[in-house]
Design a protein around this ligand. Structure first.
Ligand code: NAD
Ligand code: ZN
Length: 360
């Protein structure tokens, strides 16, 4: 088993990789939680892996109630947060009762938000089951739900007590979902670790065949990088913004596609455009966008706007980014690579450059 520590003072916690679901109960026992526990999941994950999880929690002495949320981003909303509160209240949960998020990023964000707000905060644990949730959404404490007027508009920073990962659950994850998570893994290489970027290039076959040691390494390294960044800047006052590499154009693409494109796919395209913009801005040489594009493509991820169902206009994309910018009250901040392994957060880029790239 491998442990990555997220250091946040009295809110510090461990990410444990390689814990079988069968040992989840025993691990959670150590946290001193109340006896009542709500396992929040969706019908698909429950059917695939739920029984092992429930058995393991029960064997450790927890009184487990399952709460099922339908599968899909559209259920990450206040109505379903409310459904969780109702289940907790109906079953006499109190401030010591814990919530376990057992699923992908949708379940993790929703459950974390419910935990942050129920009785002003009850303990919660993340047991992520998608690659994206393992390397990104389960770590760092951003929780939230969508509003009809915007994604992730309602939320809270709220850290879990522990993150437990059984990598074997990835065997049932559809290939496209796995690849979507790989976009975030590639992101960590570009923003922080050139050797890791190389590793992803050299070990593609092992990664794609879910070879356990290699898979453990890439998830662990991704968590270490995210943990390091979040520990230095929990609430995105500065450094944490580097995690948004590829996400500025990525969000505009997701909006244009009405959120029908997978997050990682949009981020993949966004990383390629951000790297090209970095070159046009004079921050890096032409090899950087070429390398990023090559690695992204080699993982079967899209690299440009032709992958969209409907090609959005340049103005449409620029306008969406503008809306993001209004929220910040200034020019859009881009995360641009100087080289593979190092990025800058900057407002010094030219609109004309980006427009030309998007029109190409
Ligand atoms: N909080 C954060 O910091 C953060 C970061 C990135 C993304 N997110 C959020 O995460 C969400 C996306 O998460 P996601 O990509 O994990 O999507 P998801 O949770 O929708 O899961 C994708 C699909 O895979 C299925 N699934 C999950 N685990 C499985 C398994 N082991 N085997 C088979 N099928 C499985 C799910 O039922 C679902 O159909 C978005 O809502 C996004 O906003 C949050
Ligand atoms: Zn992301």
């Amino acid at each position: 088993m491998h442990t990555v520590k997220v250091s946040l003072g009295d809110r510090s916690y461990d990410i444990e990789l390689g814990t079988g679901l069968d040992q989840a109960g025993a691990h959670l026992k150590e946290l001193g939680l109340g006896q009542k526990m709500a396992l929040v999941t969706n019908p698909l994950i429950k059917k695939l892996h739920g029984q092992r999880m429930v058995d393991s929690l029960k064997a450790a002495g927890f009184l487990v109630m399952s709460v099922e949320v339908p599968d899909g981003e559209q259920y990450k909303n206040l109505d379903w947060a409310n459904a969780i509160y109702t289940a907790l209240l109906t079953n006499g949960f109190d401030r010591k009762s814990a919530l376990v998020a057992f699923g992908g990023g949708v379940i993790g964000d929703l459950t974390g938000f419910a935990a942050a707000t129920f009785m002003r905060g009850v303990p919660f644990v993340q047991v992520p089951t998608t690659l994206l949730a393992m390397v990104d959404s389960s770590v760092g404490g951003k929780t939230g739900v969508n509003h009809p007027m915007g994604k992730n508009m309602i939320g809270a920073f709220y850290q879990p007590k522990k993150v437990l990962m059984d990598l074997a659950v990835l065997k049932t994850l559809p290939r496209e979902e796995f690849l979507s998570g790989m976009a975030e893994v590639i992101k960590y290489g570009v923003i922080r670790d050139a050797a890791f970027f190389d590793y992803l290039d050299k070990n593609r076959e092992e990664i794609l065949s879910l070879e356990p040691d290699v898979l453990t390494h890439i998830i662990k390294r991704s968590c270490e990088i995210k943990a390091e960044v979040v520990s230095k800047d929990e609430r995105e006052g500065g450094l944490r913004a580097i995690l948004n590499f590829g996400h500025t154009v990525g969000h505009a693409i997701e909006t244009a596609e009405n959120y029908t494109m997978r997050h990682g796919e949009a981020v993949a395209i966004g990383m390629v455009y951000a790297s090209r913009l970095a070159h046009k801005t004079g921050l890096c040489d032409a090899a950087v966008p070429e390398q990023v594009e090559k690695l992204v493509r080699s993982y079967g991820l899209p690299t440009d706007l032709s992958a969209l169902k409907r090609r959005p206009g340049v103005t449409e994309l620029m306008d969406t980014m503008q809306i993001d910018k209004k929220a910040e009250g200034g020019k859009v901040k881009f995360i641009l690579p100087k080289t593979i392994g190092e990025v800058v957060i900057t407002k010094e880029w030219e609109e004309g450059h980006l427009k030309n790239l998007l029109a190409d």
